[in-house]
Design a protein around this ligand. Structure first.
Ligand SMILES: C[S@@+](CC[C@H](N)C(=O)[O-])C[C@H]1O[C@@H](n2cnc3c(N)ncnc32)[C@H](O)[C@@H]1O
Length: 329
């Protein structure tokens, strides 16, 4: 199957298990965000939602319930293989078949970081029971490397709300209250994820230039969010009908188009800024720098990480490294 090129990315109209085996090398992906089919009869999902069905794209490929366990084990193993050590995986799932996905994840070497709840604004209408209004998000990483977690990507540590609560802490709580997107009159996948949800995961768990992957693209919302934040992207969607209907306009995306819509966090000054470097600190800096060099990190990324680890500004790190290079010849 010919790959479909978009700015900063490649899309494959193909089954993700076969497709990753053919095109995605081991340990090449920084971040996977994926929303697998739910195994609850995809073509009936739309009946639960109050919306104009003329704009919902058909062709959603469901997985029969009796195959769901095996299917989950296969794609989760593929995800484990393609993730870099230290890479992150977010799986969005309803409750019904969550246990299959958890079971699959626990039979790999991936490790659980958080179980998040995404609470959306209003749920499916019911009469004689409670209203379901949340999804589960399983956040895992691959051991063997340092996980990217940009703690101040959205709110600085010192930022407070009117009641004095830390905005950074509130944003990083494990229940996320984010509305679904209703865009009347536009074509969409049956259960398209909101951009705000994807943007949040991408901001915390990757850096510009990183490679993001979605194994079940649907309406390509992950691709849109990733390219909008200047990340590279590779993704799979098995349905030809959905692929044809939803992928076309991605060709016109401008990389980074979402960057200037992001809130700029007020960052607290680094704890050690302006302090004199001790000999031990210089030694530690040099050791870590050499370690990152061996791992092949870019200079920009090394400096970013070292600044966070040593509680220094980026300029201070650059200056200390230059001094050490001169000193060591
Ligand atoms: C829950 S939807 C994804 C929705 C998407 N996150 C969005 O925001 O639009 C799951 C998608 O996976 C696709 N799919 C099912 N089996 C697949 C497979 N083996 N490989 C790739 N895609 C598959 C379905 O056709 C469906 O479009």
């Amino acid at each position: 199957m010919d790959p479909f090129s978009i700015p900063l990315g490649t899309l494959y109209n193909e089954d993700c298990i076969r497709g990753t085996a053919a095109y995605v090398p081991d340990g090449s992906i920084d971040l996977i965000i994926t929303d697998p089919p739910y195994g609850i009869g995809g073509d009936h999902l739309h009946r639960h939602y109050n919306r104009d069905e003329r704009y919902v794209v058909n062709g959603y490929r469901e997985i029969p319930l009796d195959q769901y366990g095996m299917f989950s084990r296969k794609w989760v193993r593929a995800a484990e293989r393609i993730l870099k050590p230290g890479g992150s995986l977010y799986v969005i799932s309803g409750y019904t078949n969550l246990y299959h996905i958890l079971h699959a994840l626990r039979s790999t070497g991936l490790q659980e970081v958080n179980h998040l709840i995404w609470k959306y604004s209003f749920g499916v209408f019911t009469r004689r029971k409670y209203v379901s209004s949340h999804y589960h998000i399983l956040f895992y990483d691959k051991p063997g490397g340092r996980r990217t977690f940009n703690m101040e990507a959205r709110f600085g540590m010192g930022e407070k709300d009117a009641e004095g609560r830390s905005l950074n802490n509130l944003d990083r709580e494990d229940v996320w209250v984010l509305p679904r997107e209703y865009k009347p009159g536009t074509y969409k996948n049956k259960n398209a994820l909101p951009l705000s949800l994807l943007v949040k995961m991408i901001q915390y768990s990757s850096n510009e230039g990183d490679l993001v992957c979605d194994l079940f693209c649907g309406g390509f919302s992950t691709a849109r969010a990733a390219i909008g934040l200047n990340r590279r992207f590779v993704g799979f969607e098995v349905s030809e009908q959905i692929f044809q209907a939803m992928s076309g306009d991605l060709r016109n995306l401008m990389p980074g188009f979402l960057l200037n819509t992001l809130r700029a966090p007020h960052l607290s000054p680094p704890a050690n800024r302006g302090k004199r470097w001790t000999g031990d600190e210089r030694e530690q800096l040099y050791r870590r720098y050499r370690g990152y060099q061996k791992k092949g990190l870019s200079k920009k990324e090394m400096i970013q990480r070292l600044a966070a680890e040593m509680g220094r500004g980026r300029w201070g790190i650059e200056k200390a490294l230059k001094g050490m290079e001169r000193h060591r010849g």
